[in-house]
Design a protein around this ligand. Structure first.
Ligand code: SF4
Length: 236
């Protein structure tokens, strides 16, 4: 498969940054959401950067297709994908107080659910780490237009790297196809961005790439708390 839509320099620069993180910011961990961008990083890290740990958050509300991809990652790569789950007591209290789908009632209850199922487990996953890595890209959302490759994550008190910040969607897909990397089946069914099943829908032609996430809310609130507003520090 041709890589004509993806300059080799893009790949080389991403691998160089990952190796720099491995060498200068250990221990570092890659938060793998299993989205298309994160499958590029999964492949790059598994093939080139043995010192970076990979983990994912299982909120308990993921699509069956995402669980199938999780299994494919475990089968394909000789690298563990550590899975973090929410605290059962917290989820139980939320469901008892607000209902299992209470997140549709208000932004506050939606954020409380994300806090319990994503943000708190992320904090446990990042405990003791010097840096973490994400597959965020600037093109993905109005809230990500100024995304740097390297920033300081004040919420967790560690460095944060976004090696694919400048990549286009076409470049992401060029990589996945060229290297035969598995990806979520839902991408072919109109889901460019995939999160929890009850909070993600397919897009109709012309809609913004993030329009299928928490679609009932104002676009300015559509973040889950994993990537809060930044306090700027020197970019790499
Ligand atoms: S995306 Fe939806 S189901 Fe998942 S943690 Fe957030 S509110 Fe809960």
């Amino acid at each position: 498969m041709s890589l004509e839509r993806l300059p080799q320099q893009r790949i080389d620069e991403a691998v160089a940054l990952l190796k720099r993180i491995e060498g200068e910011f250990a221990p570092a961990a890659f938060a793998n959401s299993l989205g298309a961008e994160d499958m590029v990083l999964t492949d790059l890290i598994a093939c080139h950067v043995p010192g970076i740990e990979m983990f994912t958050l299982d909120t308990g509300r993921l699509h069956e297709e995402t669980y199938r991809l999780m299994q494919k990652v475990a089968d394909r790569y000789d690298r563990p994908l550590r899975v973090y789950f929410p605290q059962p007591e917290t989820v139980q209290q939320y469901a008892t107080a607000h209902g299992v789908n209470g997140f549709y009632q208000s932004v506050e209850l939606r954020k409380a659910c994300c806090q319990a199922r994503k943000v708190e487990p992320l904090g446990r996953a990042l405990a003791g780490k010097a840096a973490w890595i994400t597959g965020l890209r600037r093109e993905q959302a109005v809230t990500r237009r100024d995304l740097p490759e390297h920033e300081f994550d004040a919420a967790h008190g560690i460095e944060k790297f976004n090696p694919l910040a400048a990549w286009s969607e076409a470049e992401v897909w060029a990589y996945l196809h060229a290297y035969g990397v598995p990806y979520n089946e839902l991408h072919a069914r109109g889901f460019p961005s995939i999160g929890c099943a009850p909070c993600t829908r397919a897009l109709t032609p012309g809609e913004d790439v993030r329009a299928g996430r928490w679609w009932w809310e104002d676009p300015a609130t559509r973040e889950c708390g994993l990537h809060p507003a930044r306090r700027e520090k020197a970019a790499a």
